[in-house]
Ligand binder design. Structure first.
Ligand code: SF4
Ligand code: SF4
Length: 448
C-alpha cells in the first residue's frame, strides 16, 4: 500500500466559475432526442422499444444487460424514430433510441414513488431509478451503495468539491436544492446504517454552507435517524480535490490502496447531485432522465446552468441556450481538465454529462510539444504519486511491463501533469493510451 499523503499535490488552474451566480434554467424545446443504451461503467441495456412505438416520460426503454447495469428511460414523450447502432469516435459501437418529441411531456403511469421497507428495497429502487454517478464517472449507484458485507463501512462522503474549472452545476444544486441534498444524505445513511456523513466542499463555494446547515437543522428526523451526524468540511481549493481517492485522503487521512476503492477503507463516496437525486426519486419515482449542465467557454453566447433532457443533441442545447458568440474551435463534454472533445455536434447529453464547454478557435489551439527537460514538475503535481514523464515515455515505446510496474492503472486522468509541463508534453493523452495497453495485456493474461 502506498502511504504517501496526496493532500498537497495538484494544481491551481484559473477557476473560471463564471456561472455560479446564475440560477438553473430549464430547456425543453428539443424536437429530436437520441438516448444511448450504454451510458454507464459496465454493460449497458438492450432495447425494449422499436421503431414506431409510442413512449412516455420516464418509461423504461432499455433493459439492463448485466448484474451491474441500470435501466434506461425516456426523457420525453413521443414516437420512436429508430433504434440503431452507431460507431463512436473511440471505435465503440453504441445502440441509440431516437425519439421524435411530441412536446406533450406525458408521464408514464409506471412512474410512482418506490415502496421501501428495508435495505434490499432501497438498493433495488436505486437500480430502477437508472442512477449512476453524476460527477462524471457514471458508476452505477446501486452497486456503489451495496458493497460486500465484509467491507466495514462507517462513513458516507458527499463529494461537493466540484474542482474542475468552469463547472458550477453541483454548486447550483447545493444553492437551489439544499433540502434535497440533506434529505438524500439522510435517506442513504439511514438505509446503509452509516452514522457519519461528511460533505466535502472547496472554499471557493462559501455561500453553500449556510443553506446546507439550515437544511440539516430543518430535516424532520425519525427516531431511528437521530444519531446520524452530517458535517460540512471546507477544503482549500486545489484541483483535483474532487477525485475520490484524493477527497477521502484529505477528509479522513485514510489512503485508498493502489487498485482499490474507497470501500476498502470504510468509505462510500457519492457526488452531491447524485445524492440530491436520491431524495427527489424517493418522493416522485421519476427516474434519471434530465441533467443540469454548465454551458460555458469563450465562444458561448449565454453561459449558464441548464436543466435539459438526457438525449438532447449538443447542437440543439447550444442553440436553445443562446448559440455561440464566435466560431467555435472546440467543444468539450465535461471540464477542460478531464473532459473529452466531441467529434460530432449531434452527440447527445448523457446521464453523466455535467458541462459543455465551447471554446473559440483561438483557445482551441493545441500547444506544440517539445522535448522533456526533466524538470520534475509533472511528478510534483501528480496527486496519485506517479511518474508521469516515465509513464509517457513507456507508453510511446509501447513498453507494457514498465507501464504496469509503475502503476499506470492508478492514473485518474486528472491532467495535472500535462497542465504543469513547461514542454507541453502530451502526457495524459499518452498515459491514457498506456492504460489501454495494460488492460489489453491483462485480458491476454500477459500481466497480472
Ligand atoms: S499521471 Fe495521471 S494521475 Fe498523475 S497527474 Fe498525470 S493524469 Fe493525473
Ligand atoms: S513536466 Fe514536462 S518537461 Fe518536466 S519532467 Fe515532466 S514531462 Fe519532462
Amino acid at each position: 500500500m502506498l502511504l504517501i499523503r496526496r493532500s498537497h499535490r495538484g494544481v491551481h488552474p484559473p477557476e473560471n466559475k463564471n456561472t455560479r451566480g446564475i440560477a438553473i434554467k430549464r430547456l425543453d424545446n428539443f424536437d429530436i432526442i437520441s438516448i444511448p443504451l450504454d451510458m454507464q461503467i459496465g454493460p449497458g441495456s438492450t432495447p425494449l422499444v422499436a421503431k414506431g412505438d409510442t413512449v412516455l416520460v420516464g418509461q423504461r426503454i432499455g433493459e439492463p444487460m448485466g448484474g451491474w447495469s441500470v435501466p434506461v428511460h425516456s426523457s420525453v414523450s413521443g414516437i420512436v424514430e429508430s433504434v440503431k447502432k452507431e460507431i463512436m469516435s473511440d471505435g465503440d459501437v453504441i445502440e441509440y433510441v431516437t425519439i421524435i418529441n411530441d412536446h406533450g411531456y406525458v408521464v408514464s403511469p409506471d412512474v410512482k414513488p418506490p415502496q421501501i421497507n428495508n435495505r434490499d428495497d432501497f438498493i433495488a429502487a436505486l437500480r430502477d431509478s437508472g442512477l449512476v454517478g453524476l460527477g462524471g464517472a457514471a458508476f452505477p449507484t446501486f452497486v456503489k451503495q451495496n458493497p460486500p458485507p465484509y467491507k466495514d463501512i462507517d462513513l458516507l462522503i458527499i463529494n461537493a468539491a466540484e474542482c474542475e474549472p468552469y463547472i458550477t452545476s453541483d454548486h447550483r444544486i447545493m444553492l437551489d436544492f439544499p433540502d434535497e441534498v440533506i434529505a438524500g444524505c439522510m435517506i442513504a445513511a439511514s438505509w446503509l446504517s452509516i452514522k457519519q456523513v461528511i460533505i466535502g466542499v472547496e472554499d471557493n463555494k462559501p455561500d453553500v454552507k449556510k443553506p446546507l446547515e439550515e437544511a440539516i437543522r430543518a430535516y424532520p428526523r425519525r427516531e431511528s435517524d437521530t444519531d446520524i451526524e452530517i458535517k460540512i468540511k471546507v477544503l482549500p481549493t486545489l484541483y483535483p480535490t474532487g477525485a475520490e481517492k484524493v477527497l477521502v485522503n484529505k477528509l479522513t487521512g485514510r489512503v485508498v490502496p493502489m487498485g482499490g476503492l474507497p470501500a476498502d477503507v470504510g468509505v462510500i463516496v457519492q457526488n452531491v447531485t447524485t445524492i440530491a437525486f436520491i431524495s427527489a426519486y424517493m418522493k416522485t419515482g421519476m427516474p434519471l432522465i434530465r441533467k443540469v449542465i454548465t454551458l460555458d467557454g469563450s465562444a458561448a453566447a449565454e453561459p449558464g446552468n441548464y436543466d435539459v433532457p438526457v438525449g438532447a443533441h449538443i447542437e440543439d442545447v447550444i442553440e436553445a441556450a443562446g448559440g455561440t458568440r464566435t466560431k467555435p474551435g472546440k467543444i468539450i463534454m465535461g471540464g477542460p481538465m478531464m473532459g473529452t472533445a466531441i467529434d460530432e455536434l449531434s452527440r447527445p447529453v448523457l446521464l453523466q454529462t455535467n458541462a459543455i464547454l465551447i471554446l473559440s478557435e483561438e483557445d482551441a489551439i493545441l500547444p506544440k510539444e517539445i522535448a522533456c527537460i526533466s524538470c520534475g514538475e509533472c511528478v510534483r503535481a501528480c496527486p496519485m504519486i506517479l511518474q508521469p514523464t516515465s509513464l509517457d515515455k513507456a507508453a510511446r515505446r509501447l513498453d507494457v511491463d514498465t507501464l504496469d510496474k509503475e502503476y499506470v492503472l492508478n492514473c485518474i486522468e486528472c491532467g495535472c501533469c500535462s497542465y504543469v509541463c513547461p514542454s507541453k508534453r502530451y502526457l495524459v493523452q499518452n498515459i491514457v493510451i498506456g492504460k489501454g495497453l495494460v488492460r489489453d495485456a491483462q485480458k491476454r493474461g500477459e500481466v497480472d
